[in-house]
Write a protein that binds this ligand. Sequence first.
Ligand code: NAP
Length: 458
Amino acid sequence: MAIATVNPATGELVEEFAPHTDAEVDARIGEAHDAFLALRGTEFPERAAWMRRAAELLEDELEGAATMLVREMGKTIAQARAEVRKCAAGMRFYAERAEDFLAGAELADPAAVGASRASTRYQPLGVVLAVMPWNYPLWQVIRFAAPALMAGNTGVLKHASNVPQSAVYLDALFERAGFPAGSFRTLLIPASGVERVLRDPRVVAATLTGSEPAGRSVASIAGSEVKHVVLELGGSDPFIVMPTADLDAAVATAVASRTTNNGQACINAKRFIVHADVHDAFVERFTAAMAALVVGDPMDEGTQLGPVATASGRRDLHELVADARDKGAVITTGGEPLDRPGWFYPPTVVTGVTPEMRLYAEEAFGPAASVFRVADREEALRLANDTSFGLSSAVWTRDAEEEEFFVNGIDAGAVFVNGMSVSYPELPFGGVKDSGVGRELSAEGIREFCNLKSVWRG
Ligand code: NAP
């Protein structure tokens, strides 16, 4: 796959990049390693000042950065601006909180271990490889980079091949803000180049956000090198609607949760599991609201749904929908790629999905929703958990006991009650089952790439 920016709204090539040679990759890892030796000697306040400066730069350049995101992967300009702002907020969060999160602790009773004093402290590990996806080209990287750099680690980034402009922008950002040169280096390499980087002894750990096959591959290489790995993989999040739900709010949130980021977020709701008492009303209103979305040029302020990011992504999505239709599912709106330049796919609602259909088990990465009818809460929970994924989930109910039933019972990294799954710097983010291992964001996220050192003094 070429390392190139291709505008998904038009299909036109915007810019192509030559991949780095092995020698260039080695030199860049060397820079990141040298930067680590410098960065580990700095104090939190110094790093926090640089991180805040990086956040300011991003905000100063908001319009240019947002336009770059639209051109690289087709999200709407409003959502692109929101992504840039979220990055700046995440950077400030870690500038503010990193020192507290990594404070370590004194053992209250050191005599219990025969010491005069015993304590723990978190220390940085070194150069961490980040393999990142294209769907949030800045935010996915920042939510790794901000805690990593605040902890004193440095990073090398292998970004998705279709967002090289974002990758190059990020390469410069931290250095411009004052971090030692090389603290964050982009490697313009194909996926096949990841193994060589991960086996480099100067690279001590890896984080991958992306698909399950990519995660399995990187985890097996990291395992063979005994290197720590964090994986944030796919999801097919359930969105459960029970009879006591506020149906208007549930429908509006269902639409937003299925179509935000043009339906290409790992935590988009993808499977709508609706109690029989409200199923028909939900389908009717959900279909109408999905069909009413304004699909168009993502640079237009009024557009609500832009294109799918790549030609192959649209093909994969349509294959899932067509397979369901061919096996008897009913499509209440959408269902055919739009006949216009670019990779547009309409908001699509599929009902009557059964286990024989690929859509039942596979992640639909685009604006296609599956709706299921269930008889009771037990069936709703069984269906919610009948997936290899376990990233996030949402439950709509106003019955407190029922709420607790789902919050306890759903196998996922998060449950949102009467709301929509969103990532917040304050909350741990990650999955169970095939959705990944480890956590990003919050205190847990910054501690993932630290050495928790025990100190015993006699
Ligand atoms: P992808 O194909 O797995 O690509 C993600 C990154 O991994 C890219 O940089 C890609 O490089 C690289 N890659 C692909 N195969 C690899 C391999 N065998 N070894 C090493 N690196 C490899 O995923 P995607 O299609 O871009 O992104 C969509 C997926 O990401 C969805 O499943 C989505 O749910 C998931 N996702 C998860 C989260 C989360 O936090 N859990 C967040 C966002 C997205 P190339 O581009 O060069 O192929």
